[in-house]
Design a protein around this ligand. Structure first.
Ligand code: MN
Length: 315
């Protein structure tokens, strides 16, 4: 009789439970998720993630699920390590963070902001309400952004539609445009805070690291030192949360200006309403105006033109 212990994630344990559903026992020990009895082996999984295989066939049965006793922390580290590899205590370091807004909106510019948030400023920022901007509405963002501007150094870049469309038509992907802007914002901010240097730089990840640097391969100056990437960067460091708020603020301001020029409130996003607003603009100002108001390569352009043709066909 042998005992084998494995450490499993919650997902695997629930998979195991399904797998053993015909062998489950109704009586389970305290702290256990399930106990199953198969030919020559009793399997008990605990809430802690520990899974105990007991009996003559324990070796065989446990080998179906993995090697014995890998520590759970090790397993998790391998899993997430492919995604993020950040220095210990990253959220408390003094970091330059960078984020962009407007890439999915047909109308309006793309804005990129880098901020520098030092360890000792984090309490003030939290008091101001700096957190993931996806959980804040535009009014809250404007209010926080106006305060925030006075507390931290930042670099803001706005890529308006005329220029965006020119660069896009010259063959630049949106990914490359983002990379160019992030790099520029970071370089600007490094100069601004010089001779001080951040402990690290965090870019809210929109591309793999290798892809990001490939986009920048022909640039004269590339910010590479201590650069890290993470998805959901807003929750990884306050600097990205702050950057995201300022980028959103800049976007909303530009967007309002465009709405005024259009003579009506332009819709955000890239849905049906956007197609209709595009058609309205074509009818009022002519097709050329889209280069000024929109990211012209979006499919919305063709849809807006189709709406216009339909309207004109019915006249
Ligand atoms: Mn982002």
């Amino acid at each position: 009789m042998s005992n084998i212990v494995l450490h499993m994630s919650r997902e695997i344990i629930s998979k195991m439970r399904n797998d053993y559903q015909d062998f489950l026992l109704s009586k389970i020990p305290t702290g256990a998720v399930f106990t199953a009895k198969t030919n020559g082996c009793t399997i008990t999984a605990y809430k802690s993630g520990k899974v105990l295989f007991q009996g003559a066939n324990a070796m065989n049965e446990s080998s179906r699920w993995g090697n014995s006793s890998p520590s759970p922390t090790k397993k998790r580290a391998v899993k997430s390590g492919t995604k993020i590899q950040l220095p210990d205590g990253f959220s408390t370091l003094s970091v330059m963070g960078s984020d962009e807004v407007g890439t999915g909106d047909y109308f309006g510019p793309m804005t990129v902001v880098s901020t520098y948030v030092k360890t000792e400023q984090m309490d003030i920022l939290r008091d101001l309400g700096v957190r993931d901007s996806k959980h804040l509405n535009d009014d809250q963002i404007i209010k926080i952004a106006k305060e925030l501007l006075h507390h931290i150094p930042y670099s803001l870049l706005v890529l308006r539609n005329e220029k965006y469309n020119k660069m896009q038509k010259a063959g630049m992907s949106q990914g490359k445009l983002k990379a160019l802007l992030h790099n520029q914002a970071l370089l600007n901010l490094l100069k601004k805070i010089s001779p001080e240097k951040p402990d690290a730089i965090l870019i809210d990840q929109f591309a793999e690291k290798t892809t990001y640097f490939r986009y920048l391969q022909n640039q004269k100056e590339v910010c590479r030192e201590n650069v890290y990437f993470s998805t959901k960067g807003e929750s990884v460091h306050l600097s990205v949360a702050a950057a995201s708020i300022l980028a959103r603020y800049a976007f909303v301001k530009e967007f309002d200006k465009l709405s005024k020029e259009a003579g009506f409130t332009l819709p955000k996003g890239a849905g049906k309403q956007v197609d209709e607003a595009g058609a309205r603009l074509i009818l009022q100002k002519g097709e050329e105006c889209l280069l000024k108001f929109t990211k012209h390569h979006f499919a919305n352009t063709q849809k807006a033109k189709a709406i216009v043709r339909k309207i004109q066909g019915n006249l």
